[in-house]
Design a protein around this ligand. Sequence first.
Ligand SMILES: [Zn+2]
Length: 400
Amino acid sequence: MSTADLILANVRPLGGAASDIVIADGVISDVRLAGSGGTPNPDAVVEDGRGLLALPGLINAHAHVDKSWWGRDWVSYGGVATTQGRIEHERAHRAKLGIPSIDGVELVLREFLRHGTTATRSHVDVDLGIGLEGVEDVLAAAENLGGAVDVEIVAFPQDGVIRRPGVLKLLEDAVALGARSIGGLDPAGIDRDPVAQLGGLFDIVDRTGAGLDIHLHDPNELGAFQLDLIIERTLAVGAQGRVNIAHGFALGDTKGAAQQALLERIAEAGISWTTVAPIGTAPLPWRAMREAGIGLGLGTDGIRDLWNPFGDGDLLKIALQFARLHGMRTDEDLAAAVSLATSDAASFVHRDRHGLGVGDRADVVLLDAQNVQDAVVRTPRRELVVAGGRVVTRAGELTL
Ligand SMILES: [Zn+2]
């Protein structure tokens, strides 16, 4: 038996019986009924869990940690409110806000930790203006925090691919630097050449083994057409399990038998999905997706940035928004919303599993809530957050 570094005494894992969670070397080494372990090792730190609810650390499966002005003076919203308008606005104003920067990324990651997010998949802008600076900054910021937040990077060509010659090379360079996936966006809507954009991206996926995590805002038939192209190419290069669609509003727009047929093809291609549950969009067929084995993750998207002033980095609030958007009211459905924000999202950060079991990375969030349903509906402050075995938040305030 390993020696305990930290014991979270008298906590209720997922609302179950009062238990002690024993942590050694950053990993959960034992979960036992509260007080049943005898006298703890004198070197172990014991935290009194006061009967609080314990959840696994939250996994933010779709973030943009490089482009926020979080922690700085308020920036008024401006520019044109279309995807292309936001891209232009961001490129015109980001430099004077110091975006990207290591400090800026750190401020966002710290806020994630304060809310109990211990792992994230973040898109990071790669373009002809800043090159790989954003990727380098995110890697440095994650390192500065000692790995408390497990950060996985998607090299994201926000400004387009085919219309910006040279970006494909940058994406490949980003993979060499440590990005696990490359991104893409609206091959039709932004590049106006879906065959060329997807051809370029899947060529990199095929040659490097990287994943593809592509933003698809294009709605209705235009979006469904591109989904079809992505499915075809995923199967053609054998990238099942490595491709994710972000947003994918077209799936919610598609109804009935056409939607079911699309789901079957998505499942066959091993494609997963991430959503930020935007208000006003068509709900996703989340239950049918789960039954089909399609992975679904939740994300905050960008918070407080040149795209929009909203968002505070609390993924539990996104789980609440997802539940409301999808009319999830039963205990079973509310628990499912919490699972989407935690254990179900393991694969989005390349983990085989994520939870409160023996052998899991010790990412634990304690909240003053009766059960998981109460936690997601009320989103109370995080009383204690443990990330990789370290206490990083106490009574809602960061300690690192
Ligand atoms: Zn996004």
